[in-house]
Design a protein around this ligand. Sequence first.
Ligand SMILES: [Zn+2]
Ligand SMILES: [Zn+2]
Length: 479
Amino acid sequence: MEKVFCKYHPSTPARWQCQPCRVDFCTSCASPDKASEAPACPLCGQATTSLGAGNLIRPFWQRIPRFFLFPAHPVPLLFMLALTVLSTLLASGSLMGLLFMLAISVVFYKYAFVILEDTAQGYLKPRPITGSVITDELELPFKQLLLIIVLGVLNYQVLVNFGGGPFVLMALFSVVIFPAAIMVLAVEHSFFKAVNPLMLLVTIKRIGPSYFIMCFFLVLLLSGGAIASDLLLNVLPQSLWFASSNFISMYFILIMYNMMGYVIYQYHEQLGHSVTEEYLETETLSSKTAPGDPRFRHIDILLQEGKTDEAEQRLIQAIEENPGEFDAREKLHRFYIATKNRDGLLRHSADYVARLLHSNKPSEAMRVYLEASHIAPKIKPGGARERHELAELLKSNGQSRAALSLLNNLHKEFPAYEGIPGAYLLVARIMFEYFGEEHKALQVLDFLKKKFPGHPLQQDVEEYRQVIERMAGASQPSA
Ligand SMILES: [Zn+2]
Ligand SMILES: [Zn+2]
C-alpha cells in the first residue's frame, strides 16, 4: 500500500523493481522496449518486475477532495439539476408519478454506472452526456436493484430463521460486500458474477486493506448525505426540501460511484482490469524527472552507482553497434574527460573527432579535440587527411600550437599522403607567423622543395620563402 519511489528521482513514483539489485525505477529510468514486456534492469540487465501501474496512480485516500468536486463539474451538475427539476415537476402520489420517479432514478443510476466505468478506465474527468451514454445497457440499474432485493431477501431469511445475532452479522457482511458487488457489476455487466460470493471475495482480497478503507469512506458518504438532508428538513419548506434532498443524495451517490471507479483504476493490475488511460494523473509527477536522452538513462544510473566500468562498456557496445551514434560517443567522451582517462581519450575520442569531421561538424570536432588534448596531448584523430583538415581548422581559429602538434611528423607516419606539401606549407606558416621561427620555417620549405619537385604547390612554396626572406630581412637591422 505504501507508495514506492524511484531511487534516482525521489519524487517520482516507481514503476519497476529489480529484486536482485533491490532498486526501484521510474518509467524514465527503466522503460520497456515493447509495451508488453518488463524492461531490463539498467544495473544488472535482468528483467525487472512490475510494481503495478497502480503505484503510479495516486491512492484514492489522497484525493478525497477531488471526489467531492467531481459531481460539481458542469456536466454532472447540470444533469443532476435537470433530474431534480423533472422529479419535482412530475412527483405525485399517483401510479404515473411513481413510474416517473422510477424512470428518473433508473436514468440517474445508469449515469452513476457510466461514471464508475469511465473512472475505472482512468478517465478522471466527466465526459459529455449523450443519449447513448444513458440508454445503452439500461439494464444495469435494474441489475443493481435486483442485487439489493437479493441481499434484502437473504438478510430477511437469516433474521427469520436464525434470529437477531446472525442477522446483525449478515447485515454487516452485506454492507461490506455490497460495494464489491457494484464494482463487479460495473466491470462485468453480469448480475450472476455480481452475486457470486467467490468473485466478490477475490475482488476484495485483490484490493486488499484499501477495500475496507473505501468501505469506511462510502459509509461516511452515505450517512453524510442523509445527515445533510435531515439538516435541510428543519430549514426548508416541504416542497423545496424534496427537491434539494433529492439533489443532495444524487450528489453523494456520484461521489461514491466515482470513488469506487477510482479504486478499480488504482488496483486495475491486481484486478486484471485493463485501462485505457494509464498514468493519467502522473504526467505532472513524472515531468519532474531529469531531462536528458532517455536512451542513456541507464548509463547515468550505472555512473551514479559507481559502476563506471560497466557504464563504459555499455557505451562502447552502443557505439560498436551503431558507429554513427554521436550521443553515445559524446557521453563516452565526457566520461573520459571527467575521469581524466588518457587511454580512453586516445582510443575513442580520437575516433569521435574523425567522425565529426566526416559528418561535416568542424566546430564540434575542434571542441572535442581541444578538450581531449588538454588531458591527452598525444591525441591524433584519424588518418593524415583528418589531421590536416583539423589543423587547418584549428589554425584559422587561432589554435596554432594545437594545429602544429597535429601535423608533427606527418610525412613519417603517412609517407603516402598526397597532401603533405599543403600540410607542411601550413606548418611553415605557423612556425613563421605565430612562433617567429623563420629558420625552422625555411627548413620545412627546403624539405618540400627537395622532396616534391614539380608539385603544383612548389610555386606557393617559393613565394612563401620570398615572403619570409623579405620580412626577416626587413626586421633585422641592416649591418
Ligand atoms: Zn527515475
Ligand atoms: Zn538489477
